[in-house]
Write a protein that binds this ligand. Structure first.
Ligand SMILES: Nc1ncnc2c1ncn2[C@@H]1O[C@H](COP(=O)(O)OP(=O)(O)OP(=O)(O)O)[C@@H](O)[C@H]1O
Ligand SMILES: [Mg+2]
Length: 627
């Protein structure tokens, strides 16, 4: 709901000083009349009726409907600045809009929301009110007389109609769709080019893969054979190593056997040496025995010799020698000598035997030493061989190690062709992904382009549809008003584009009026002032409804300035009756401004504007007999 409940005016145009007016809130038809107390000859003219409406328009839009702004609206009689405050009643808020001139300011104050008035821009006010200045002047405040909708030139009508219907929106939309389409064409072009570039890259990559594949295979073959060769070399080297190990084991066995032999020779030698030593000891004992025996023999011989020489008397005892006894003595000594000799012989034989044995043992010993010497030499020879073999084994091990390093190197040697193939394949995959993405995007863009290009015409069709529908609605509204305004059987039609007399197309909002019993429409200029006024009021009221309806707004108030121009008393009555009915059927407060004395009895209230030396004054009078 758009409504205005109160106005405060300070030094605006003919309103000198401070004034305020509370608009009644009862639906009905209200009259604004006036009395000029300074220039009485002017009657109701020049008193400030229009100025009141100007104040409201200026407050909300910054100009009067006639285009006055800034210093022109400040009261001439000594005021420095002016102020108008409008208390609005809007669908979602009840803002108070205050505009001042010198200093200039514009504020919106919503006591429900704000602590104090908030500075505002004109755009913010327009947004709040949801009506442009033009729409306001053709729906809520119809300014005086001949500037009504029908009075406008066809092009101006079309412009106003377009603005209010926001028809340009659809053209803009169509333009946007056109731009979008051409942008999409560009994108489609770009994607198509990119796709062919990507496909080119993919082909090149695939060609390279095809070329590199045999080279990669050859590399693998070489590698395999080289690995095989190295493995064989390693096996050979290891085998020869094992042979050497066997040899070493054999040699070590031999050395052990040799050492055992040496050991046994050593123990043989010890035995022989022991035996020799014991024989030597025995021989020495026998030699000693022989010397003892020889000594004994010496003694015995010495004992025997005197016995042999004794004859007659004993030299010692000087007694005659007993021959028998002597013989016996001789025999005993000789026997002893014989026994000793036998012992001597035996001992000599023993010595000789021992000497023979010692000699044999010595030879045996010499033989054993010789044998031992032979084994030592054999051992030495084998040790020399072992050293040689061990060094060969070392060399072979080193060789195996080197071969294994080479084998590992060969195994891990990467195939450069394979790598290039792999990287090419990876790239093919990523190029394929890009191709898939681009293909999807392309198809999306093409679908979008199809849709968008559809809307180039689509939005224009919507626009035309809206125009047709709106015009139909307007025709119905206006034709209904015609009947109420006494133009029975009259008929009005509207058109946006019409063929003109020269066959061209006139773009403009044309109004065609058929009076009763006429087959052809008659030009606007052909109608009388009163007829025109009826027609323009019918058109204006219809157009006002259309505007509010299209904007989804309902207005609780309407102002029509100078409605009765050119009208006969019947005409005035017809219009007042129409407005009266409109006020009640639509629940509006309709304020009409007039300077003629009006006899209509159905006013709900009358606002008297008087002007004296202190400027204009407002006096409201609620009609007692009004409905
Ligand atoms: N800035 C101003 N300061 C003081 N008076 C002004 C100013 N601007 C216009 N006026 C005068 O204010 C008076 C009221 O004019 P207004 O248009 O409101 O008259 P009106 O009551 O609508 O008369 P009419 O019936 O002729 O349309 C006029 O005499 C006009 O010359
Ligand atoms: Mg006026």
């Amino acid at each position: 709901m758009f409504d205005i409940s109160k106005m405060e005016i300070v030094n605006f145009k003919s309103f000198m000083g401070e004034h305020e007016f509370d608009f009644p809130d009862t639906p009905g038809l209200y009259l604004i009349v006036g009395e000029n107390l300074i220039e009485t000859r002017l009657g109701a003219n020049g008193v400030g009726k229009t100025s009141l409406l100007d104040a409201m328009h200026w407050c909300v839009y910054g100009t009067t409907p006639g285009g006055l702004r800034a210093g022109d609206v400040v009261n001439w009689w000594g005021a420095k600045g002016c102020m108008v405050r409008s208390y609005l009643d809007l669908p979602d808020a009840q803002p108070i809009i205050t505009r001042t001139q010198s200093p200039n300011s514009l504020t919106i104050y919503d006591p429900e929301v704000d602590d104090e008035p908030q500075p505002a821009t004109q755009e913010e006010v327009n947004e709040l009110v949801r009506l442009t200045g033009d729409a306001f002047l053709h729906s809520i405040m119809i300014p005086h007389g001949e500037d009504m909708f029908f009075d406008l030139k066809p092009t101006a009508k079309l412009k106003l109609f377009s603005d209010i219907m926001d028809l340009e929106y659809w053209n803009t939309k169509s333009e946007v769709a056109k731009k979008e389409t051409s942008l999409l064409d560009g994108v489609i072009d770009e994607i198509t080019q990119n796709l062919s570039r990507l496909k080119g890259i993919r082909n090149t990559l695939k060609d390279q893969i095809l070329k590199l594949t045999p080279q990669a295979k050859a590399f693998e073959r070489d590698k395999k054979s080289s690995i095989r060769g190295l493995k064989e070399d390693i096996i050979k080297a290891k085998k020869s190593g094992r042979k050497d190990d066997d040899k070493l084991a054999g040699l070590e066995g031999e050395i052990n056997a040799i050492e055992n032999a040496i050991q046994s020779i050593r123990s043989d030698k010890e035995m022989v040496e022991k035996a020799t030593a014991s024989m030597k000891a025995k021989r020495s004992e026998a030699s000693t025995e022989v010397r003892v025996i020889e000594n004994d023999l010496e003694h015995l011989r010495n004992e025997l010799e005197p016995l042999t020489r004794l004859k007659g008397t004993c030299p010692l005892c000087k007694q005659p020698i007993d021959k028998l006894h002597l013989e016996k003595q001789r025999k005993r000594v000789s026997n002893k000598i014989e026994a000793k000799k036998k012992d001597q012989f035996d001992e000599t034989v023993l010595i000789n035997n021992l000497d023979t044995k010692i000699g044999t043992e010595r030879r045996e010993l010499a033989k054993l030493s010789e044998e031992a010497e032979k084994y030592h030499k054999q051992k030495k020879d084998r040790v020399t061989i072992i050293t040689k073999i061990e060094s060969a084994v070392q060399v072979a091990r080193e060789k195996v190690k080197q071969l294994e390093i080479r084998l590992e190197g060969e195994r891990t040697r990467t195939n450069p062709y394979r790598e290039t193939i792999k990287s090419n394949e990876d790239e093919v995959v990523s190029v394929n992904e890009e191709i898939t993405e681009d293909t999807t995007e392309l198809s999306e863009c093409e679908t979008e382009r199809e849709l968008t290009s559809f809307w180039i015409q689509g939005f224009k069709k919507v626009r035309l549809y809206l125009i047709e529908e709106t015009i139909k609605q307007l025709e119905i509204e206006v034709n209904n008003n015609l009947v109420q305004l006494g133009l029975i059987d009259w008929h009005i039609e509207f058109d946006i584009e019409r063929e003109n007399k020269t066959g061209g197309v006139t773009t403009g909002f044309s109004v065609m009026i058929w009076p009763p019993n006429k087959d052809e429409p008659v030009r606007w200029e052909a109608w009388s002032g009163g007829e025109k006024q009826r027609l323009r009021v019918a058109g204006t009221l219809g157009f006002s409804n259309l505007i509010l309806d299209r904007l989804g707004l309902v207005s609780g108030i309407e102002f029509i300035d100078e409605f009765s121009k050119h009208l006969s008393p019947e005409g005035i009555d017809d219009i007042l009756e129409t407005l009266h009915q409109r006020a009640y059927s639509e629940g509006k407060k309709i304020w009409i401004v007039d300077h003629q004395s009006v006899t209509f009895g159905g006013f709900a209230g009358i606002l008297n504007v008087t002007k004296d030396s202190e400027g204009s004054h407002l006096n409201y009078e609620r009609a007692t007999d009004g409905e």
